[in-house]
Write a protein that binds this ligand. Structure first.
Ligand SMILES: Cc1cc2nc3c(=O)[nH]c(=O)nc-3n(C[C@H](O)[C@H](O)[C@H](O)COP(=O)(O)OP(=O)(O)OC[C@H]3O[C@@H](n4cnc5c(N)ncnc54)[C@H](O)[C@@H]3O)c2cc1C
Length: 300
């Protein structure tokens, strides 16, 4: 029996483990893939306070080492269910764990386009986060792919940094709010490439160009770019909890400001929770808040 069972070994889950272990709680982190979560895919992180530059993998390794040094147990299994009760039971594909409290930190998956070359270039020219990686492209040429609020906001944000921004969208109208579309159209260095999809990301020591195809005419075009930002949505990894945990419309776990869910003793941290900013800083912030809330719950 554990004091705290943490589901997900990304920045939020590992930070929660760190805080709970430092409070002398027994902890198990259950991770289905590799430690570090999404940040492990990032080539360079420059927006984490107190560090000029580090790779995402380095950040993940350091955080995992801190958890390990405090005696945290890590199991590589996939959680499939939480059963409420006293204690709570977390069921994985291989085992069952009993805990007095549970922290959900399962993060999100960025929706991919499925275009050729995409998987290989993630973190090497293809990014999902303009705020994180935009500054790498000062005075260079970038493309944003998508048509919703995030894509339009990303294009506007990048237009102040990059020399030129292509905004590639498969329809001829944006789903983004009108005010954003107006702001977009006022930017002279953004070229709209509408009714167009990405066929292939071409690599040459990083991203070199993108092969595009017009959805109506089939006409092909290649644009040379230094970076591409895919903004076609995120998928929260929370569906398995739907039966007992309240999710919001988008499928994210609903929680209060102390990361408490509707179920007593179950907390949530990081990108999988309802909030507007999904970054490394907010993930580790949530991890600490959720762990302290769990510690308070255990004490009570
Ligand atoms: C390529 C890339 C670059 C980025 N660069 C930056 C950056 O420079 N700066 C910045 O601030 N942010 C950056 N981000 C965003 C940042 O990585 C995320 O905000 C952060 O990782 C969120 O942490 P998290 O722990 O909430 O979730 P995640 O990192 O998504 O971790 C969740 C973990 O839970 C595991 N998991 C999910 N479901 C289960 C299950 N059922 N059972 C067991 N384990 C499960 C997953 O395998 C994963 O390891 C980047 C993201 C990407 C993809």
């Amino acid at each position: 029996m554990y004091d705290v069972i943490i589901i997900g070994g990304g920045p939020a889950g590992l930070t929660a483990a760190l805080y709970a272990l430092r409070a002398e709680k027994s902890v198990v982190v259950i991770e289905k893939l590799g430690l570090g979560g999404q940040i492990a895919l990032s080539g360079e992180v420059e927006n984490f306070p107190g560090t000029m530059k580090m790779s995402g993998a380095e950040f993940a390794e350091n955080l995992a080492a801190q958890v390990d040094a405090l005696g945290g147990r890590i199991e590589y299994e996939e959680v499939v269910e939480i059963i409420d009760g006293n204690p709570k039971t977390v069921v994985t594909d291989l085992d069952r764990y009993e805990g007095r409290s549970v922290i959900i930190a399962t993060g999100v998956k960025n929706r991919r386009l499925g275009a050729e070359g995409e998987d290989e270039l993630i973190g090497k020219g293809i990014s999902f986060c303009a705020v994180c990686d935009g500054s790498f492209y000062k005075n260079r040429i970038v493309a944003v792919i998508g048509g919703g609020n995030t894509a339009v906001e990303d294009a506007i944000y990048l237009s102040d940094i990059a020399q030129k921004v292509y905004l590639i969208h498969r329809r001829n109208e944006f789903r983004a709010e009108n005010r954003l579309v107006r702001a977009l159209k006022s930017k002279s260095n953004i070229e709209l490439v509408l009714e167009t999809t990405v066929e292939k990301f071409v690599a040459e020591e990083g991203l070199k160009s993108i092969n595009l195809v017009n959805v109506n005419t089939g006409e092909k075009r290649t644009i040379d770019v230094d970076g591409a930002f895919v903004a076609v949505g995120q998928i929260p990894q929370c569906e398995i909890f739907r039966d007992i945990i309240t999710l919001n419309e988008g499928g994210y776990v609903a929680a209060d400001e102390n990361c408490r869910t509707n179920l007593e003793g179950v907390f949530v941290a990081g990108d999988c929770r309802n909030k507007t900013v999904r970054q490394l800083t907010t993930a580790v912030g949530d991890g600490s808040v959720a762990a302290l809330a769990a510690i308070d719950y255990l004490g009570g």
